[in-house]
Write a protein that binds this ligand. Structure first.
Ligand SMILES: *Cc1c(COP(=O)(O)O)cnc(C)c1O
Length: 341
């Protein structure tokens, strides 16, 4: 029998939320607190000047190497911030989410640090490499359903029935705050930064960077999404949280079919600009990054780099920072990228 605090509540968007999902927007102070929390667990990531992009765009372009973090993506920042503050009752029971990739891996890593159990629901057909990455960290994998939505429903049921803490794919204020700690690092090592661009899926970077580097420097923060999965972009423009039917993109890390209420709200209030880029541009950008920098990045990293051509005039002479958000590119996609070399 489940206790009242584990009940679902009315959701402002097309996702499942529980009473413990606080939909109050995070603040810059929350980002500073998250940094205190993460200090003992994560190193600062390198900020490295790209000679290639700096010359190409007549600008000072820096790469924030979030792909060097444990688990290979920035997601550990946000998830670890949530788990560090978990109520005892949840810590005794465990945490659950649905993810085919980086979110699940981060959850398993953070659960190990904070001594709780992580359950990660993935759909049939999830790559063995991704499953291994989660299990190696002690995460319990449940293969359920044909697609992400089925897995998410199963995860929410487990949360409701057995009292696991459902770590929401988007409506987690501490995920945004934790993600924003990268923005603080950029602000401190590059206070003269003029423009920061980042990819947007659910929107933890799109919300977390304006609250950090966007608040403590004069920098504009720009979000970029895949045109083929642009639910958050449309919600940012219109204020309406309309899901799309499918979420197919090479950039699977940003294939967010549902726009989530909390990050969309923060992005509408805080993000300076938003754009979308095509599938072709995404794949070509990943290929170009390998060709020129020998960085093999995920498709999800590519949108902010892919928009640089369009912003060429605006960026000339400016100092620009862009995160390389993750390095967990599936082997089949590596082949696709290598074919373009
Ligand atoms: C999740 C992810 C993103 C996008 O972050 P959101 O919070 O979904 O907007 C970008 N890059 C990588 C590598 C990711 O794993």
């Amino acid at each position: 029998m489940s206790q009242p605090e584990y009940q679902r509540v009315d959701s402002p968007d097309a996702s499942t939320v529980f009473e413990y999902h606080d939909l109050t927007p995070p603040t810059t102070a929350d980002v500073y607190r998250a940094r205190q929390t993460l200090r003992d667990h994560l190193p600062e990531t390198p900020l490295v000047r790209s000679e290639w992009l700096s010359r190409e765009y007549d600008a000072e372009v820096y790469l924030k190497r979030e792909d060097t973090l444990p688990t290979g993506s920035f997601k550990i920042r946000g998830v670890a911030t949530v788990l560090a503050g978990l109520d005892e009752a949840f810590r005794d029971q465990g945490v659950v989410t649905a993810s085919t990739g980086n979110y699940g891996r981060a959850l398993a890593q953070a659960a190990r640090w904070f001594d709780t159990e992580a359950v990660v629901a993935v759909p049939e057909g999830t790559g063995q490499n991704r499953i291994d990455g989660i299990e190696r960290l002690g995460g319990r994998i449940e293969v359920v359903g044909d697609d992400y939505d089925d897995s998410a429903e199963w995860a929410a049921d487990l949360a409701a029935e057995e009292g696991y803490r459902y770590v929401h794919p988007g409506n987690e204020r501490l995920v945004m705050a934790g993600t924003g700690t990268a923005g603080l690092e950029i602000a401190e090592s590059l206070p003269e930064v003029d423009v920061v661009l980042g990819p947007v899926g659910a929107g933890s970077i799109g919300a977390g960077y304006p609250l950090s580097v966007g608040s403590v420097t004069d920098a504009d923060v720009i979000g970029v999404q895949a045109a083929s999965v642009d639910a958050a972009y449309r919600a940012w423009q219109t204020g309406e949280l309309t899901p799309q039917d499918e979420a197919n993109t090479f950039a699977d890390g940003i294939a967010a079919r549902v726009p989530y209420a909390l990050p969309v709200r923060v992005m509408r209030e805080q993000l300076d600009e938003m754009y979308t880029v095509s599938e072709e541009e995404i794949v070509e950008t990943v290929a170009a990054m390998f060709r020129e920098e020998r960085i093999m990045m995920e498709g999800a990293c590519a949108p902010p780099f892919a928009i640089l051509d369009e912003l060429r005039d605006e960026l000339a002479g400016k100092t620009v920072a862009i995160p390389v958000t993750g390095r967990n590119l599936p082997a089949s996609k590596v082949e696709q990228v290598m074919a373009l070399q």
